[in-house]
Design a protein. Structure first.
Length: 543
């Protein structure tokens, strides 16, 4: 295969050679990194030259926790009908949904996404008025709750008996014990799981996500597992066989809450890996959900919610012995466990389990992941490092978001709201820290904004005027931010020998921007432009 010569300002994320001006790529891997003069001597006469001039070439950026199929689903699938931006404006959403239904009368089930629940009481009647004859599901922006119309409740088998069995904090009921239509956590995930999707539809969603990821500078991504309502493993496999899959995906298969047979669940994950894993789609772990989200009163807190004394949230997977068994079984299969952990109670529980599992396995390099980490005690920050757990943190959530911050204060208290989303403390403790967007559950996927907010802990003025800064002591350096979107994520995947830095013998994945993320003014970073995304030495996106 013909050589390629890449020229530009190369930031390698390799401490032995942090900067270079040229790289030679052969057969999709780096064969030389160094000076332009030397590279031109070494390159073959027919080498293709890709000169990016004054732009900056980084190792291919990597996403630590996202939901690829779901992203494509929202972009081109049923759920695009109400994906008009996050808002609490209920009349606006109803008009969007009503218009979509009128234009798509052939659908058997309607879905809407992006809704944010406010304090206004809302029930199935809200949706029955515009869709009385077919199931209609309106999913919240955080994907942990949804509102169903009467037909959707019937379709899903959600009745008074089901509500009593699941619990009224998960299935809301009226004064007669009948479901109101609002459900969250496990019941909501089951409803989404049961919406029928074909392999061909899933392939369409994956390709839409791949295009979007490349257009945002990503060359690889974690697949956080919530999307098992899709036949995604088969879809990924077919796309790779067809030569259409280029975005490397490292998947975590979702595990039910407190399963009867943890070992059997892991055996199932291993079987799926054996059948479908390949170069561009690989299964590296199991996904568990410990709790929900604070804004829905389902985050698992150590203390009671301030506005609900005696209640500390939803404990989803909360059986210590079963979690230890799951972690031990995963370790035997060379898998990690990737945990959704928002509240300090959830994180404390998970670290207890990891500690006990490590006593059994003796493996201090399983690289279990805790994602989101909204509230974490100082003790557990230290334990994250001690257990060599990976902290997947969301810099895009760190600012005081108007409305959201006040909600945190009301629900969890000002002390926790003010110290939310630690990042620097994890670095200081020696934890492997990775960035994540949680896209599209969270509506933003923006690498340059992540770098800005990790440093400023606030929204840039061009997006929102006013004081949005929070917990500035948790700000980190630019180099740490770049580590958290390159080599650290590669370590999360056990792939640091192949991706994550620009080094001899590694895959030639690169992201090119017209901005120096290490040294340019922070306000310039926010407005940086992506020039190209390169996978295996091939431009998969060019501005």
């Amino acid at each position: 295969m013909k050589q390629k010569l890449f020229l530009g300002n190369i930031i390698t994320m390799d401490d032995k050679r942090p900067f270079a001006k040229a790289a030679i790529v052969k057969n999709g891997v780096f064969s030389y990194i160094g000076s332009e003069e030397e590279a031109r001597k070494l390159a073959s006469g027919d080498a293709k030259v890709l000169d990016y001039g004054d732009s900056f070439i980084y190792p291919g950026f990597i996403e630590g926790h996202a939901h690829g199929c779901f992203a494509g689903y929202r972009a081109v699938g049923q759920a695009n009908l109400a994906q008009a931006g996050l808002t609490t404006n209920y009349p606006k959403y109803r008009e969007i949904i009503k218009d979509f239904i009128a234009k798509n009368p052939q659908r058997k089930i309607y879905m809407a996404s992006g809704w944010i629940k406010n304090e206004e009481p809302i029930t199935k009647t809200y949706l029955d008025e515009i869709c009385p004859d077919k199931p209609l599901i309106m999913n919240t922006g955080d994907a942990h709750s949804c509102l169903l119309n009467t037909k959707a409740l019937e379709w899903a088998g959600i009745n008074a008996e089901y509500a009593k069995k699941q619990g009224y904090d998960l299935v809301y009921v009226d004064e007669n014990g009948e479901p109101t239509g609002f459900i969250c956590e496990g019941p909501a995930f089951k409803v989404m799981h049961d919406v029928p999707v074909t392999v061909e539809e899933a392939k369409t969603y994956i390709l839409a996500w791949q295009d979007f990821a490349f257009a945002n500078g990503l060359t690889a991504t974690a697949f956080a597992g919530d999307d098992l309502r899709f036949p995604e493993a088969e879809a990924y496999y077919q796309l790779e066989e067809e030569g259409k899959l280029k975005l490397r995906t490292y998947a975590n298969v979702i595990i039910p809450d407190n399963p009867n047979d943890p070992k059997g669940e892991i055996a199932n994950v291993a079987a799926i890996r054996a059948k479908y894993a390949n170069e561009y789609y690989n299964i590296i772990g199991a996904k568990v959900l410990l709790d929900g989200v604070v804004e829905a009163h389902t985050g698992w807190l150590l203390d009671d919610y301030k506005d609900q004394p005696g209640y500390h949230g939803v404990e989803r997977f909360n059986n210590h012995d079963k979690m230890v068994e799951l972690i031990v079984a995963a370790d035997k299969e060379g898998l990690s466990v990737h945990a959704h952990s928002v509240g300090n109670g959830a994180t404390h529980f998970m670290l207890d389990c990891i500690e006990d599992a490590e006593k059994i396995t003796g493996d201090m390099d399983q690289r279990n992941i805790l994602a989101h980490l909204q509230y974490v005690t100082d003790e557990d920050i230290r334990r994250m490092a001690a257990t060599r757990s990976i902290a997947a943190v969301p810099p895009l959530w760190t600012a005081k978001m108007p409305g959201g911050y006040e909600m945190e204060v009301a629900y969890a208290g000002k002390e926790w709201a003010d110290r939310a989303y630690p990042i620097k403390s994890f670095f200081d403790a020696g934890t492997n820290v990775v960035f994540h967007s949680d896209y599209p559950v969270s509506p933003l996927l923006d690498v340059k904004l992540s770098i800005y907010m990790a440093e400023k802990r606030a929204l840039p003025k061009i997006l929102m005027d006013g004081d949005t800064q929070r917990n500035i002591k948790e700000a980190i350096t630019r180099k740490q931010s770049l580590q958290a979107i390159t080599i650290n994520v590669a370590r999360q995947f056990h792939q640091e020998h192949r991706i994550g830095s620009i080094e001899f013998g590694k895959l030639a994945n690169m992201t090119v921007y017209d901005c120096d993320f290490l040294h340019d003014d922070a306000e310039k970073i926010v407005q940086a432009n992506l020039v190209a995304t390169i996978v295996d030495g091939e431009e998969v996106y060019k501005a």
